[in-house]
Write a protein that binds this ligand. Structure first.
Ligand SMILES: Cc1cc2nc3c(=O)[nH]c(=O)nc-3n(C[C@H](O)[C@H](O)[C@H](O)COP(=O)(O)OP(=O)(O)OC[C@H]3O[C@@H](n4cnc5c(N)ncnc54)[C@H](O)[C@@H]3O)c2cc1C
Length: 433
């Protein structure tokens, strides 16, 4: 019987891996590759803040798993993993329902010889009172689109009531001044300008009030100060209010309370601080997990208690040899691990030793929408180089292009880039529905 490799989770890492394995082992009939995802389409998660602001139309950048599977010699199964039987080598999938509650696929199980878990992470609100109820998280396309609809409805409401002469305002708050929060703030200010330019000018850009609330001592606490400082300056110039050393203690419909007693009024609230892996991983048939539900893996990306089960990307706690910290939950890491696993799983079939993973940090880039981009690049030859402006923006975009090249190849990615350029002149610059 053919060796069965099941990859669960078709995100930044899992989809790249299934595609690479399909093109090699699947195409040559050396293994049967199956990708499982809870959705029918994939959108690269780092684009979600652009979907929320409306600068990106998610239906134009989504990839259909069924078609990708057909083109790349793997099989796609729609389903949400809910459990595991290690002894019987079976993955359990919960039933999937459509938006009307009608069952699309039933509960079932899937056999494997090698299992790779890449189910990503979700936002961690640390159990803060009212956060889940009143904040929007940016974990899925649906959540990002929901935020966008709420934003537009504020504008449409103000537009419809335009004749009463009152200038409209919007108060928005973003919890977490990490990369996602900072980039979202800039993207929302850009959207405010675009919306006004399209005639929805009852809310003028200067009346869009954005507050970034950060529990740490500064903007971008996880990145070097020399990136954080220019970003903080740009945000200040753009009129974003930044509260640092401010931990949110409660969220209500009216706004957010901090532990120190401050109240930030906000009608639109986004929680973009912290991650945790999906809850079902915490009790997955005896596999080792940590306090944020990540599966603990060895440097080969095999789980500590089962050689036949690998985990990578945001849902895995992968040690780093020279650091007390695990590999960070970033698209860059998921991309590198997918490339390594594509090799490892081939070597495994040949009975050879597996290579170990070492995270290579190629730098961090922060895009402040059309206003600016700041970051650093790290290379063996160049050392640590600071970048700003247009060049930083180009390198920022290149991370997504690398993901597209892994999925579509260079020729199709180039044609898609050309298509994007042409489409720019024919569609609104902002999604207006
Ligand atoms: C708004 C935003 C901006 C970001 N910007 C950046 C950035 O600029 N640079 C950067 O390096 N990183 C960025 N990140 C982080 C980056 O997106 C993640 O590190 C990366 O997507 C992790 O890849 P992954 O494959 O582990 O998981 P994901 O890409 O999250 O994919 C997980 C997949 O698993 C599927 N899934 C989940 N649960 C199940 C289940 N039970 N059964 C089946 N399928 C399941 C999901 O549908 C999804 O397709 C950003 C994140 C966000 C939210």
């Amino acid at each position: 019987m053919q060796h069965r490799i099941v990859v669960v989770g078709g995100g930044a890492g899992g989809l790249e891996l299934a595609t690479r394995l399909g093109r090699t082992l699947g195409k040559r009939g050396r293994a049967k590759i199956t990708l499982v995802d809870a959705n029918l389409t994939h959108i690269w998660k780092p684009l979600l803040h652009e979907v929320a602001a409306g600068s990106l139309n998610s239906s134009e950048d989504e990839l259909n798993y069924v078609a990708q599977a057909k083109w790349n010699h793997f099989e796609f199964q729609l389903g949400r993993m809910s459990g595991l039987d290690r002894a019987g080598k079976r993955v359990f999938l919960a039933p999937t329902h459509d938006e009307y509650g009608i069952e699309m696929v039933p509960e079932r199980e899937l056999g494997y010889d090698t299992l790779v878990i890449a189910v990503g992470s979700t936002t961690n609100d640390f159990g803060t009172k009212g956060a889940a109820e009143h904040c929007i998280f940016l974990d899925t396309r649906q959540q990002a689109e929901r935020f966008h609809r709420k934003l537009l409805s504020h504008y449409m409401h103000a537009h419809a009531n335009g004749s009463d002469g009152q200038p409209g305002t919007i108060d928005m708050a973003i919890v977490g001044a990490g990369a996602t929060g900072v980039e979202l703030a800039a993207e929302l200010l850009h959207a405010a300008r675009e919306l006004a330019a399209y005639g929805l000018n009852q809310i003028q850009p200067e009346n869009v009030h954005i507050t970034l609330i950060e529990a740490g001592p500064r903007v971008l606490p996880g990145l070097p100060e020399r990136i954080g400082a220019p970003v903080a300056q740009t945000l200040a110039k753009l009129g974003v209010t930044v509260l640092t050393d401010a931990a949110v203690s409660e969220v209500t419909e009216q706004g957010l309370h901090t532990k120190s007693g401050q109240f930030v009024p906000a009608s639109l609230k986004v929680w973009a601080a912290g991650i945790r892996a999906p809850g079902f991983l915490a009790e997955l048939d005896g596999l080792e997990s940590n306090r944020i539900n990540q599966l603990v893996v060895r440097p080969t990306l095999q789980t500590t208690r089962d050689d036949d089960i690998f985990a990578f990307g945001d849902c895995a706690a992968c040690p780093q040899p020279d650091s007390e910290r695990n590999v960070p939950p970033r698209a860059q890491a998921a991309h590198q691990q997918a490339s390594l696993l594509a090799k490892s799983l081939r070597l495994r079939l040949e009975g050879k030793a597996l290579p170990t993973y070492r995270y290579r940090d190629y730098g961090s880039l922060i895009s402040l929408s059309s206003f600016s981009a700041v970051g650093n690049l790290m290379g063996n030859l160049t050392g640590n180089v600071m970048l700003e402006g247009w060049l930083a923006r180009m390198f920022y975009i290149s991370l997504y292009r690398m993901h597209q090249i892994a999925l579509y190849g260079i020729v199709r990615t180039s044609l898609m880039m050309l298509g994007d350029r042409i489409a720019k002149g024919t569609v609104p610059r902002l999604k207006l529905h």
